[in-house]
Design a protein around this ligand. Structure first.
Ligand SMILES: Cc1cc2nc3c(=O)[nH]c(=O)nc-3n(C[C@H](O)[C@H](O)[C@H](O)COP(=O)(O)OP(=O)(O)OC[C@H]3O[C@@H](n4cnc5c(N)ncnc54)[C@H](O)[C@@H]3O)c2cc1C
Length: 403
């Protein structure tokens, strides 16, 4: 029997949506000794990274983990490199090893370029605060450089191609125009020289949403000056051109499209760190196969949470949070010797902003668009921040943004 003097060791890897949820909630259990390991000392709120590219402050999307994680959780900034299921130990890059009674692996995702020739080398992404800031600064530099060019040269330099019309690509496409045009005006560059294209191999933007929702979003993108290329598959990327296949013609045609900036938003894959788990089996969707309690099939003391877990709605922040809450309860029950219930996957709600003060909300066939959906998105973001950190921290984030 566990007592506060003889606590169960719980090691959580990954300070993202799933990991911090498990850590925060398990910290309330006096029978659990919780350690959180993460490579990054900040939690990054990915849903708002597009706003960082479009001018928001880094404080809006990034919170130091020590402002989130309760004091009784040991926080280690280190990198997981492997797990020994027999010894029940996790190895870290620093050379140390952590023994555990229960482990939760929640290392999230990396970019996936699907082996498209030249894409990784020539495209930019915004999958971290650092990359989002680098992308913003390269776009602003181009605006500044355009001042000294002829109109034709400036137009070429300010042509941006966003690949992937899923939520990230669509949100970025809607936000970039107003931001860059304002910056261009300020430095005396004609804003109409900025061109933003959004390209996807699916027949419509936001292909996971109902058709009428896609139509509303396409209209809104066009109002924001974005040109949508649906049914265009990308085959290769080099310094100056994208090679694409237009599938809208009776016979698909291959053509070259010139773009000075290529932004990749079309795919992620689960972190390569999951492949280090001995005996790991991947699902068809290339996530880790788990049992109905999110444990490894070959070891019920190791759980997989967030993007890595092979469950129905994995790949969403909402799913990762949900799984974090489920695992905190499941591990507490196991420590107490109480039976655990199965994890029940919950469908997510999409709220996708496009341009200023407009968003689309979708759950199953239910769709709302416009200002109301945009306000809901602000409330969802604020509620999440308030659930993980103090109101004082949220106010300080807002103050820093204003300044
Ligand atoms: C640009 C973008 C926009 C998105 N927008 C939305 C949205 O609007 N709505 C939505 O529901 N979802 C959205 N998502 C998806 C959502 O962010 C993910 O589903 C969610 O982050 C998954 O949570 P997680 O805990 O599995 O991983 P993450 O939140 O990615 O956290 C993983 C953590 O693990 C750490 N880590 C990685 N490798 C190691 C290692 N080897 N050792 C130690 N630590 C490690 C990382 O530093 C990170 O802190 C978006 C994703 C992106 C990239």
């Amino acid at each position: 029997m566990k007592t506060p003097q003889n606590r169960s060791k719980v090691v959580i890897v990954g300070g993202g949506f799933a990991g911090i949820e498990v850590a925060r909630l398990l910290a309330k259990n006096p029978l659990a000794e919780v350690t959180l390991v993460s490579t990054n000392n900040c939690f990054q709120y990915y849903p708002n990274l597009y706003r960082l590219v479009a001018g928001a402050s880094a404080n809006q999307v990034s919170i130091p983990l020590d402002k989130i994680i309760p004091k009784n959780v040991t926080l280690l900034i280190d990198t997981y490199i492997g797990i020994d299921l027999t010894q029940k130990a996790i190895s870290l890059k620093s050379g140390s090893a952590l023994s555990y009674d229960y482990a939760v692996l929640a290392m999230g995702s990396d970019a996936n370029y699907f082996g498209i020739e030249g894409m990784e080398a020539h495209a930019q992404d915004f999958l971290s605060v650092k990359k989002a800031l680098a992308l913003r600064s390269s776009l602003l530099q181009k605006i500044s450089d355009a001042k000294n060019l002829s109109e034709a040269e400036a137009k070429e330099l300010l042509h941006i191609m966003i690949i992937g019309a899923g939520p990230s690509g669509t949100e970025l496409a809607g936000a970039l125009g107003p931001f860059l045009k304002e910056k261009a005006k300020k430095v005396g560059v004609n804003p109409s020289l900025i061109g933003i294209d959004l390209l996807d191999s699916s027949p419509r933007v936001l292909a996971a949403l109902p058709e009428h929702a896609s139509a509303l979003v396409t209209e809104q993108l066009q109002k924001n000056g974005v040109t949508v290329y649906a049914n265009y598959g990308v085959n290769a990327c080099d310094e100056d051109f994208l090679t694409v296949t237009n599938k809208n013609t009776p016979e698909p045609t291959t053509l070259k499209m010139k773009a000075s900036t290529v932004i990749w938003t079309a795919g992620t894959k689960i972190s390569g760190a999951f492949a280090t788990i001995p005996g790991v089996v991947m699902t068809e969707k290339k996530r880790v196969q788990v049992t109905s309690t999110l444990a490894l099939p070959n070891d019920d003391s190791v759980y997989i949470a967030g993007d890595g877990s092979g469950t129905q709605y994995s790949g969403l922040a909402q799913t990762a949070i949900d799984q974090g809450q489920y695992l905190a309860k499941t591990i507490s029950n196991r420590i107490a010797g109480v039976p655990v219930s199965d994890y029940v996957p919950q469908p997510g709600v999409f709220v996708i902003p496009v341009g200023k003060a407009w968003a689309i909300l979708n759950k199953k066939q239910f769709v709302v668009s416009g200002l109301a959906a945009y306000i809901i998105r602000i409330i969802v973001d604020a509620r999440y921040f308030l659930s993980i950190t103090s109101i004082a921290q949220v106010i300080s984030m807002l103050k820093k943004e204003t300044s």
